[in-house]
Design a protein around this ligand. Sequence first.
Ligand SMILES: Nc1ncnc2c1ncn2[C@@H]1O[C@H](COP(=O)(O)OP(=O)(O)OP(=O)(O)O)[C@@H](O)[C@H]1O
Length: 417
Amino acid sequence: MIEAVGLTKRYGDKTAVHNLSFQVRPGAVTGFLGPNGSGKSTTMRMILGLDNPTAGTVTIGGYPYRKLPNAARQVGALLDAKAVHGGRHARNHLLCLAQLSGIPARRVDEVLGVVGLQDVARKRSKGFSLGMGQRLGIAAALLGDPQVLLFDEPVNGLDPEGILWVRNLMKSLAAEGRTVFVSSHLMSEMALTADHLIVIGRGQLLSDMSVTDFISANSADFARVRTPHTDPALREKLTSALTEAGGHVLPEQDGALRVTGLPLPRISDLAHECDVRLWELSPHQASLEEAYMRMTQGAVDYRSTVDQKAGLQQPLPPGVQPPMPVPGQGQPGWYAPPPPQQGYAPPQPFQTPPAASYGAYGAPGAPGAAPAPGGANPYAAPAQAPAAQTPAAPSATPAPAPAPAPDAAPTKSEDAR
Ligand SMILES: Nc1ncnc2c1ncn2[C@@H]1O[C@H](COP(=O)(O)OP(=O)(O)OP(=O)(O)O)[C@@H](O)[C@H]1O
């Protein structure tokens, strides 16, 4: 098990991770999600002893990484697939890592087979595609047959077959009782792979719960109802009937109605009673992507000026930033209307300030929600323009986990091996 308690990392005046506490348990794939720059890689580096926390602790099986006996056999990691000696053959790269950790050479050939690189084992990794590099990084992580595995965006650059393979690999590693902690920006993939999610935004814990709970806590199920488009009056008639019966009705862009607060049979009965024919009556549950977007909207630092969220978000007036989401309560104002018990009010034309006005759209409090972080919150200030990044050199490099990335030219002895 990985356990972080009050984990904090500051780089000068930049707080990358703030008071983060969570557990990653064995026997499950735990997804680690957060917008760009939210602190995922920093957290992973601290787990692996590559960065020292400014405050707090993180342990694996009760030990800080650097105090783990034979760490390379217990923990495997893919942090940066490019962190290999490009002049080395794939097999020699793994062989070096294996020798450093007392892992027999036959295991190198085993993992090359597992990741499908056996045919290019004697090719220099600098000629590898992005996907081949990812596979090599995954091979390095698996080398010590570890119980705890960390993967930072493992499907980056993989083709669909490779993505499916990684998904099955993660699941099978977890099914063997291992601890699998994986970060990704691919929500559709996470929905298929992860059992549990830890979501952070601007270095803080936003959510720690199962995928199913996360989706239901950050979205609202709804019914889509469509009446014949030839008669808009029918739509109005049905809208009134549904509203009078306690439903909440919002128009969809294609002219359908999005209805919450009423079960489908009741919607059907009401339509029948007011003599309105239906062309569609279908149940909908938000995807993980929608739930994630809703949760993290206010914690996104880097956003295109032309990103209009494709009409999914209520418009904000110029210069107004969405508020930071409240841990466990999702991001208000986003996409699906909230469940009726939240005292839903239909959207009004936006009026400047108060951030509190977003509360009308808040999602329900969620099980497993993060406790309010203690101490001064460095994120209370408004979001700043992106700062230039200066990645720190790791103070220690565990092997075979995250390998260093020397630029050295290939040596003769490498080629001869
Ligand atoms: N060595 C460093 N020195 C200064 N700032 C850093 C350093 N490493 C990370 N940061 C900053 O800390 C914040 C978190 O970065 P981190 O790489 O952990 O985010 P991330 O969630 O992994 O992002 P992404 O999804 O884009 O990979 C960023 O604002 C980043 O600029």
